[in-house]
Design a protein around this ligand. Structure first.
Ligand code: GDP
Ligand code: MG
Length: 254
């Protein structure tokens, strides 16, 4: 059996983390859904696999997608730009309300060069993170298109959206204020939750991913509860992590 080491102590989520700003969050409630809490307190056995969520990260080339993921997963920042080749994902393990949960964070190169793998990349995402560069207006203009492309392969009713402005450290206060205003406007329109972060300084990175993990976990548990109907709630809490193989995949194109 492929047993995993225990979840890192700093990846344990006991309550719903705060949003970046209530003005840009659809999920302004500050606690986990009561049903979700109750389900998690139940018996942790069963065989339904809801404890891994696929999260895809999209946005223009060089906006900082890879750095965003690396800052969180490896707590590192590399100022030298390395183009991402094909598709890659990082598995990040959490414990939410006592239940093991993993985010599968999919990074990608600019899809214009890798069109043929785009649909595989996009398919079955539980959350979409649209990244733009706070110091580059066109990257925010393009955010809508990235979202549209990603949504073609997904069910709009079940996907959680996040709009993330990164490289906060590069912006002047005036520029930041302008970009945040525009971004919050867009996030309302596309029904995304908005975040401002910096992979370089690390500002709000952890808070952001904890929020993503918590909201996707909650959505997964609620979906399972709905599906299982009258089944005992304890049955739906499973530990499929023991079954997954934490191998990294690299896809090559065309
Ligand atoms: P990707 O093409 O979207 O994956 O972009 P990368 O993550 O590779 O980053 C592109 C460039 O932006 C690199 O040179 C990074 O060092 C730089 N970068 C990324 N995030 C930040 C940030 O938060 N602050 C600053 N100052 N530079 C960043
Ligand atoms: Mg990259």
């Amino acid at each position: 059996k492929n047993m995993l080491p225990p979840v890192r102590r700093d990846r344990i989520i006991a309550q719903l983390p705060e949003c970046f700003t209530p003005a840009a969050a659809l999920h302004t409630k500050d606690v986990f859904h009561a049903q979700v809490k109750a389900a998690c307190q139940g018996q942790k056995t069963g065989a339904v696999g809801f404890n891994i969520a696929k999260v895809i990260v999209v946005g223009d080339v060089a906006v900082g997608k890879t750095c965003l993921i690396s800052r969180f997963c490896k707590d590192s920042f590399d100022k030298n730009y390395k183009a991402t080749i094909g598709v890659d994902f990082e598995m990040e393990r959490f414990e939410v309300l006592g239940v093991p949960f993993s985010l599968q964070l999919w990074d990608t190169a600019g899809q214009e060069r890798f069109k043929c793998i785009a649909s595989t990349y996009y398919r079955g995402a539980q959350a979409i993170i649209v990244v733009f560069d706070l110091s580059c207006v066109t990257s925010l203009d393009n955010a809508r298109q990235w979202l549209e492309d990603a949504m073609k392969e997904n069910d709009p009713s079940s996907v959680l959206l996040f709009l993330v402005g990164t490289k906060k450290d590069l912006s002047s206060p005036d520029q930041l204020a302008y970009m945040e205003l525009e971004a919050i406007r867009l996030s309302e329109e596309i029904r995304a939750e908005y975040w401002t972060v910096s992979a370089k300084s690390g500002e709000s990175i952890r808070e952001f991913f904890f929020r993503v993990a918590s909201l996707t976990f909650e959505a997964n548990v609620l979906a399972e509860l709905e599906k299982s109907g009258s089944r005992r709630v304890g049955d739906i809490i499973s530990n499929t992590e023991e079954e997954y193989k934490p191998t990294k995949r690299k896809a090559t194109c065309c």
